[in-house]
Design a protein around this ligand. Structure first.
Ligand code: BGC
Ligand code: ZN
Length: 374
């Protein structure tokens, strides 16, 4: 069967290759973890999304092949349909729609209790990213433990399950951490960035009843500003209103959700957070980027204001469930809005070059994804 892969370490190596079609009893990552007897699920891939991580993997900035091979099958944002199940799988039936988590457990205590998303080991195993093959193939097999139901009525948004899990986890972490305050009723949120994560975070914060400002550079109106506004948020171009001016005008935010991918924005966000507020960082910033900040001022304000910085990456199955619930709730509350994120479908794995071109060159592409099969 067909698969889209890279040769980690070699820039622009994305290619189509032929790999064996998986069978129900295969072990996809025996170097990490084994599927227990009877618990495998074989999935036909329907759609696979790509994001900046895939671009960086193709630029050889990120990612490693599984041991013993040179290639890494990419794709970590999965959506598919169950075609075969092991005899000990009770939670799925043939025909169900599913998404699959990304990270597999290493050896730490957190991994052992199902929290591989917060592994305390340096090396982590992620399908399509690091040391485990991904989903950009016609079929894949994995442990039922890592699969999550996508309701039939949500199948048009199924490919957003993984990004939604990342947002859901980040917000869960904020609210869990803020229990330190005993009483905290956040009212105002700034979302820094209007990519897929920024827009989904905007939706999730609106669903929690917050007043939300979504900030990005490009002045609206355009698709991103329209989506943010359709969720009931206000879109702000930082070219027209700076972060500081906005905070002066509307108040300092109780939550800042940072997902610009720009390291300076991560630190600038620290300058405007409200007293008792929480800033959550989710950007993965490669390379080096030096900026000047007034460290004394930030430190003073943060100490006197009891402010909190939380960082968040990845999502385990409970975050996928929360993400899919939020997508469902969002669809009922703002019908038809979220599908506007799905801007750039690419038909068939054969068109992997066009997929990578859109990801690299098209600055307006909000979500590039591959329609693998019907
Ligand atoms: C993925 C996460 C992953 C992270 C780090 C992101 O693009 O969505 O699941 O943990 O990259 O590799
Ligand atoms: Zn990703």
């Amino acid at each position: 069967m067909k698969a889209v892969a890279v040769l980690p370490g070699k820039p622009n190596s994305v290619h189509l290759r032929e790999i064996p079609q998986p069978k129900l009893n295969d072990q996809p990552h025996p170097h990490v973890t084994k599927i227990p007897e009877g618990r495998a699920v074989l999935v036909k891939t329907l759609q696979i999304g790509v994001d900046a991580t895939d671009r960086e993997i193709n630029e050889a900035l990120y990612g490693n092949a599984p041991p013993g091979g040179e290639h890494l099958v990419i794709g970590h944002e999965s959506f598919g349909q169950v075609v075969e199940i092991g005899d000990k799988v009770t939670e799925f039936k043939v025909g169900n729609y599913v998404s699959c988590t990304v990270r597999r457990p290493g050896g730490s205590l957190f991994d052992k209790i199902g929290r591989n998303d917060i592994t305390s080991e340096e090396v982590y195993y992620e399908r399509g990213i690091n040391l485990c093959h991904g989903y950009m193939t016609e079929y894949f097999v994995d442990d039922a433990e890592y699969m999550v139901h996508v309701p039939v009525k949500l199948k048009h948004l199924g490919v957003l399950s993984e990004p939604a899990s990342v947002c859901a986890k980040a917000l869960e972490q904020v609210f869990l951490a803020q229990q330190r305050l005993q009483v905290w009723k956040p009212k105002l949120a700034f979302v820094m960035g209007s990519g897929q994560i920024g827009l989904l975070a905007t939706m999730m914060l609106r669903l929690r009843g917050l007043d939300v400002y979504t900030l990005a550079t490009k002045p609206g109106p355009h698709r991103k500003s329209e989506i943010a506004e359709a969720y009931g948020a206000k879109y702000i171009s930082t070219k027209q209103t700076s972060l500081h001016d906005l905070a002066k005008k509307v108040g300092r935010p109780d939550i800042i959700f940072e997902c610009t991918g720009n390291a300076e924005a991560c630190f600038r966000s620290m300058e405007v957070l409200n007293l008792n507020g929480a800033l959550v960082w989710t950007s993965i910033t490669g390379g080096s980027h030096k900026v000047e900040i007034d460290a004394a001022k930030i430190n003073l304000e943060w100490v006197l204001g009891n402010k909190l910085l939380v960082s968040s990456v990845n999502g385990n199955r409970s975050h996928f469930e929360q993400g899919i619930q939020a997508l469902s709730h969002g669809e009922l509350t703002y019908p038809g809005v979220t599908e506007r994120i799905l801007t750039n479908p690419v038909d068939g794995l054969d068109n992997y070059k066009e997929m990578m071109r859109l990801l690299v060159e098209d600055k307006d592409a909000l979500k590039v994804f591959v329609n693998v099969s019907q």
